[in-house]
Design a protein around this ligand. Structure first.
Ligand SMILES: C[S@@+](CC[C@H](N)C(=O)[O-])C[C@H]1O[C@@H](n2cnc3c(N)ncnc32)[C@H](O)[C@@H]1O
Length: 162
């Protein structure tokens, strides 16, 4: 995908791994997390240039149309099902028209034993997002981390409708 550099939000940034790499690539990065601890630690380990904010994506205090791109690795899939439409509405509010959301979740192909993180198929993502977004692309992949067997994951790019 050919992406020009722009304003980018890393939501649910945790240790800011993505935020740091994206900032190095030249994006103007804002990173939010609901956890004050996560933001305090991320600020300590990151170089200057990233704006870190304690913020709940479901009640975000960030301004409308603030971003060209939003990244979410692992936040959406921990939210309760009852919060999903609020999430879609907030992400849509924060993105400019035509802006992109890059979303990584656990995949429905990994059988669930119940409880979060939730797992999604591409059809479920489509039905949750389709009133405000169109799917640009998706890929079945794995969720890199410390587990011996890497969980199956879904990486989806959706574009905000104009
Ligand atoms: C599984 S971690 C992923 C962290 C990071 N993105 C990564 O890939 O390593 C999910 C993160 O989402 C944050 N989070 C959960 N609910 C949130 C919300 N409503 N608003 C913002 N962040 C939230 C958690 O505090 C946690 O840091």
């Amino acid at each position: 995908m050919n992406m020009t550099k722009g304003r980018l939000l890393d939501l649910g940034t945790g240790p800011a791994t993505q935020a740091i790499e994206l900032s190095k690539l030249g994006f103007q990065v804002t990173a939010i997390d609901i956890s004050e601890n996560a933001i305090t630690r991320a600020k300590r380990t990151s170089k200057k240039g990233i704006e870190f904010i304690v913020d709940d994506i479901l009640e975000s205090k960030l301004k409308v149309n603030s971003f060209d791109y939003i990244f979410d690795r692992g936040c959406f899939h921990v939210l309760e099902p009852s919060s999903r439409q609020r999430y879609v509405n907030q992400v849509s509010r924060l993105l400019r028209d035509g802006g992109l959301l890059f979303l990584k979740t656990f995949s429905a192909k990994k059988p669930s034993r119940g409880g979060g993180p939730y797992r999604f198929s591409i059809d479920e993502i489509d039905s949750i997002f389709s009133h405000r977004f169109v799917i640009e692309s998706f890929k079945e992949t794995v969720y890199q981390g410390t587990l011996d067997i890497l969980p199956k994951a879904l990486f989806v790019v959706v574009r905000k409708k104009t």
